[in-house]
Ligand binder design. Structure first.
Ligand code: GDP
Ligand code: MG
Length: 698
């Protein structure tokens, strides 16, 4: 069995991950906006007597050294020297996608072009002369449909051929015109002389080209003063001739080459007209309508989350109630055995209280996946681009922020698509303000407890109800705060220019059920795993910390059951901690019980809910969530409840987020800044709302 490494390269949204999944049978996240694949991912596939290791590289438009992603992709190709590189190209949008191909051709790697989305290209009436185009580009071309697993055999066949060296390979170099070619030839000679080792490794023509493009990474690798001096002279000379950056002239030549090649080999069978995609975009990304449509859609998403999620949630509640009383029934009635209490109140109460929200999580994420896959999310980023520019960020920053609605951890990782370090740091700092899935659990507990589901507005088919509106408001507050904080950061700590950027709008696509299902499953599984591990562990620890040390029998004498329980709780480790911070949180309307839950929430936001569940449900036999809501309603005012949600929205990113910030910024300082900064902001916000709210009479 021969082992081969095959790298998958391609623009974001070209369907790389879909092709990767098709080849390896893996379940990589596929999505319709850039930045979903940040790390390179590997998978294995056997074919004939080959064992291929496929590496899904981050999506890139080119191979410059400007962004982390492009560097990751490029370094893999030039250092790890994969046996074959497959460039996944969106055949329906060919000219833009071939840019990367020209750079791979220049690198002189064994290359196969997968013309993906060939179904869409066909629908649009594009007809390719594959043979001719493949001659011009010097690489075999295989049409594929990634999401329907079409073209797998042919692609593997082409990879084998290239790997064996028997496929067609006559690399066709782009010709950069005599001025640039002359300078390149000059540099090549000096490179071969002064940096022969580097030249042998990467090829002197490629090095010369990159040096003229003023690629900092390559300049560092070459590191010969003679070469760098010659480069400087060449670049200045070219700048004078073209009165433009050589880098830009080079890019123009590449596009020229592509457009020439396409003109000769692609035929359009339908006369060019506005495609359906363009017509939809005219409305959805409209200057005036775009934002209201986006906000309305988001409201609708939350509405669905509530409305449909209620039913399966009821079944789960019933199940845990049944399980709790079943297990409790193993002990004689009235038993106060510690094991029984730990099992029923600690574990089933804590973990079950979190799991009942699984349907809401699944619903929310399947709708978001639907928006993502159809291509709407990329439009949302486009709509936000205008606003983003006002606060000194890119539309691109909005993509990690959107991911932040799922979980801050991958969102912070996704900021790697941002070229500018200041924009990147700013984005990382505000990401926790985009309310994550874990916090949804908290809102799902509190909102129905305190806010009746009245109809607020009724206009035609549009009905706005209190609960969904509440949820929408909370999310919106997060977004508004994030925008404000980003603006402040960009004006102070991270001052500097923004880089201009053109947002790509992928065409609309019909999402496949499979892809939605994979999304939902991944999310749901993560949630369940978290409930089964971290939250289980924390529930047990907290339960112990809540029941020990035991209060003395004397101090409990004469109290009824409920009062005795409260006294015991106050006496415990958790009770004492909560009471210790109570003076600090009293002005926000919080008591020590909320305080203890907030401490638990630092480990994972869901713990807030399980913690309250344990505090209030101890000794009770009624069912979990509904009973808890009743008790909360009796104990707190709606104003306090709102402040709790507000505080949880803004405050203390969870431990995992802090760790990720530290990893991605490479500094404990920034992680601490984020942690304490957000907590302080939460405190001030909740304080203001509670105090002003109280003055106005709640
Ligand atoms: P990546 O960013 O390059 O990894 O792209 P993905 O694999 O995440 O795909 C982006 C979107 O395009 C997903 O919604 C896929 O389901 C869809 N997609 C992928 N390949 C094809 C294809 O050949 N035809 C069509 N119609 N859609 C595709
Ligand atoms: Mg991908």
């Amino acid at each position: 069995m021969k082992k081969m490494t095959v790298a998958l390269a391609g623009n974001p949204n070209s369907g790389k991950s879909s092709i990767f999944n098709m080849l390896t049978g893996a379940h990589q996240h596929v999505g319709n906006y850039p930045g979903v694949t940040v790390e390179k991912v590997e998978g294995v596939c056997r074919y004939g007597d080959y064992e291929f290791t496929f590496v899904d590289l981050p999506g890139t438009y080119s191979l410059t050294a400007y962004s982390v992603e492009e560097l990751v992709a490029r370094n893999f190709i030039i250092n790890d020297r994969p046996d074959v590189v497959v460039d996944v190209v969106d055949a329906s949008n060919i000219e833009r996608h071939l840019y990367l191909a020209t750079q791979l051709i220049e690198l002189d790697v064994p290359l196969v072009l997968a013309f993906n989305m060939s179904d869409i290209a066909e629908q649009r009436g594009l007809r390719f002369d594959i043979e001719q185009l493949s001659m011009l580009l010097g690489a075999p071309i295989v049409p594929t449909v990634g999401n329907k697993a079409k073209g797998k055999e042919a692609l593997l066949e082409a990879i084998c051929d290239i790997a064996e060296g028997c496929g067609e390979r006559h690399p066709h170099m782009v010709h950069y015109g005599s001025e640039i070619e002359d300078e390149m030839a000059k540099l090549e000679r000096i490179i071969e002389e002064k940096a022969s080792a580097t030249a042998a490794k990467y090829g002197s023509r490629w090095l010369a080209l990159k040096l003229i493009e003023e690629d900092a990474d390559i300049a560092e690798r070459v590191a010969s003063p003679d070469v760098l001096a010659a480069t400087k002279a060449s670049v200045e000379h070219l700048r004078e001739i073209f009165s433009d950056e050589p880098e830009i002239v080079i890019a123009d030549r590449r596009y020229g080459f592509i457009s020439g090649a396409c003109q000769e080999t692609i035929e359009s069978t339908v006369e060019s007209r506005h495609s359906a995609s363009d017509m939809i975009d005219a409305v959805i990304t409209n200057r005036i309508l775009g934002l209201p449509i986006f906000l309305a859609l988001m409201y609708f998403v939350f509405f669905l989350t509530f409305k449909i999620g209620r039913y399966p949630m009821g079944w789960l509640e019933y199940f845990f109630q049944w399980a709790g009383s079943g297990i409790g029934g193993l002990w004689p009635a009235g038993s106060e055995s510690a094991i029984k209490l730990l099992l029923v109140d600690g574990i089933i109460g804590g973990v079950g209280g979190v799991i009942v929200f699984l349907p809401n999580i699944l619903l929310l994420f399947s709708v978001i996946a639907l928006l993502e896959d159809s291509g709407y999310m990329a439009r949302a980023a486009f709509i936000m681009d205008r606003i983003m520019h006002k606060i000194g960020l890119h539309g691109k920053s909005f993509i990690p922020m959107l991911i932040g609605f799922g979980c801050s951890v991958p969102a912070i990782m996704a900021t790697r698509i941002l070229e500018n370090r200041r924009s990147r740091l700013t984005t990382i700092m505000v990401i926790p303000l985009f309310s994550c899935g874990a916090r949804l659990t908290i809102y799902m507990l509190i909102i129905p407890a305190f806010f009746a589901d009245n109809v607020v507005l009724h206009a035609g088919i549009l009905t706005v109800r209190t609960q969904a509106l509440m949820l929408w408001v909370i999310y919106l507050i997060g977004i508004v705060l994030a925008v404000a904080c980003a603006k402040v950061l960009r004006l102070t700590v991270f001052k500097g220019e923004t880089t201009p950027f053109v947002m790509e709008l992928p065409p609309y696509r019909m999402p496949t059920t499979k892809s939605i299902f994979v999304h939902m499953w991944q999310r749901g599984w993560l949630y369940l795993r978290k409930a089964g591990t971290i939250i289980l562990a924390i529930s047990i620890i907290l339960w112990v910390a809540m029941n020990f040390p035991r209060a003395s029998a004397d101090s409990l004498a004469g109290l009824d059951a409920e009062a005795a329980r409260q006294a015991q709780l106050k006496h415990s480790v958790v009770g004492r901690l909560g009471q210790a911070i109570e003076p600090a949180i009293r002005p926000l309307g919080f008591d020590w019980k909320i305080g203890t839950a907030l401490i638990g929430a630092t480990a994972a936001k869901e713990v807030f809910v399980s913690q309250l569940g344990i505090i209030y449900a101890v000794g009770s036999t009624e069912d979990g969530t509904r009973n808890l809501r009743k008790q909360l309603q009796a104990a707190y005012s709606p104003l306090t409840a709102f402040c709790v949600m507000l505080f949880c929205l803004i405050a203390t990113p969870c431990v995992a987020t802090v760790a990720m910030t530290r990893q991605e910024t490479n500094s404990w300082g920034w992680a601490a800044f984020q942690f304490f900064g957000l907590t302080a902001l939460a405190y001030v916000a909740a304080l203001l709302v509670f105090q002003i709210g109280s003055l106005l009479g709640g």
